[in-house]
Design a binder for this molecule. Structure first.
Ligand code: ATP
Ligand code: MG
Length: 372
């Protein structure tokens, strides 16, 4: 029956969850919108290692059925009260590339892009879902016209930078199975890059780098004026520190993982060995990230003013100092919960655990925008 009565006291506040299925852990964050602010209602994470016969902190490769079981457990444990969800898709499951296109109206571009995309995508186009967006030109170089606007007539000599994204249909089917089995109402899947960036950066004019230190890999993104311009994956992550500690100090993976979480006390006893092992493992990651940074600065004749670290690996004690030794830029640790409102007594714990939840928070923030 149609309702003709207005809701005088405003819409009931909607709660949503952002879900990040990482290689080592699933994270969920539940947010609600009240008086224009994103309120943190609950959050939680579940390590996947033990479900795959491994340890906490280790990367896994579980079936969608097993993942949905874990997700259902986490939803129950974290006392999530909504099924309105959105999920992030891992960077590894997507293909992202920047292409140059002639400056033609958007409708024409839409028919040209699949043809161009064939050059970059190693499988048949029918096997992937394609998406793309035009990268806005820098204000100084721009003409002030918007090529997405069909009214405008771009000059034929101008070029457009287009961000092209392809996701394999099998990956989408896998996420759909997870969503169905976990009984969620997911309105979109978003590649984790965009979620992580949304939760830690503001849309300013500066050029930023975001480094996501996951368990198995490290993702590096360059963001200019709020738009992702470049991305790169380094096939080493925080679990490599655990492996190196375990091998270097002849201790079990479990002991090494515990040690990694409490380095302050470890250094007090055994400073030399542990520090050396950790630094070695991170040297590779940050020198690779610095290579991406220098290369981008040179290519675009710009300056990356700040590097923000996220991901569980960014919780390592002393990581900012190690990163700063390699990166020719200022380094900070991301505080994604800073974009939400939470009880004051949680402030310290949210700051500490925040980096791990960057992707889940970014996804939940976008899901909330659907009710604006
Ligand atoms: N307090 C801590 N100190 C040091 N390392 C930590 C801490 N907490 C978590 N980690 C490490 O962070 C890693 C997990 O990070 P995260 O949850 O971001 O990874 P993921 O999203 O599962 O992986 P990926 O992004 O590669 O798919 C693990 O290797 C874990 O050991
Ligand atoms: Mg991750």
């Amino acid at each position: 029956m149609a309702s003709f009565l207005g809701n005088i006291f405003g819409r009931k506040s909607m709660s949503v969850i952002g879900v990040d299925i990482g290689s080592s852990a699933i994270k969920v964050v539940q947010l609600a919108r009240r008086r224009g602010r994103a309120i943190l209602e609950t959050y939680g994470e579940l390590a996947l290692g033990p479900y795959a016969g491994g340890e906490i902190g280790q990367a896994t490769n579980l079936s969608p059925e097993k993942i949905s079981e874990c997700l259902a457990d986490l939803i129950r444990e974290a006392k999530v009260t909504t099924n309105l969800a959105a999920l992030s898709i891992s960077y590894a499951s997507s293909l992202i590339t920047m292409i140059e296109m002639p400056a033609v109206p958007e409708r024409e571009l839409a028919s040209m892009i699949p043809l161009e995309a064939r050059k970059y995508i190693p499988v048949a186009l029918s096997e992937v879902a394609l998406d793309w967006s035009i990268i806005p030109k820098a204000p100084s170089a721009g003409t002030g016209r918007n090529f997405g606007d069909h009214e405008s007539a771009p000059l034929p000599s101008e070029k457009l930078d287009v961000l092209l994204v392809a996701i394999h249909q099998d990956t989408i089917a896998r996420y759909q199975t997870i969503v169905e089995k976990a009984k969620l109402a997911a309105s979109f899947f978003e590649i984790e890059i965009f979620s992580a960036v949304r939760s830690v950066l503001d849309q300013d004019a500066a050029c930023h780098m975001v480094i996501d230190l996951g368990a198995a890999s490290t993702k590096v993104y360059v963001v200019e004026r709020g738009v992702v311009r470049a991305s790169h994956v380094i096939n080493r992550g925080s679990q490599d520190i655990t492996l190196a500690l375990s091998a270097g100090l002849s201790i079990s993976l479990r002991e090494a993982e515990t040690m990694k979480h409490d380095l302050g006390s470890v250094f007090a006893i055994n400073k030399m060995n542990a520090e050396e092992v950790i630094t070695l493992a991170l040297d590779y990651i940050f020198s690779e990230a610095n290579r991406v940074l220098i290369d981008y600065q040179k290519r675009k004749n710009t300056n990356i003013s700040l590097v923000t670290l996220v991901g569980g690996g960014a919780r390592l004690e002393g990581i900012t100092e190690i990163a700063a030794k390699h990166l020719q830029s200022d380094v900070v640790i991301g505080n994604p919960f800073g974009k939400t409102q939470a009880p004051a007594f949680l402030e310290d714990v949210l700051k500490k655990t925040g980096p791990e939840f960057a992707v889940a928070i970014g996804i939940a923030l976008r899901r909330l925008q659907e009710f604006d």
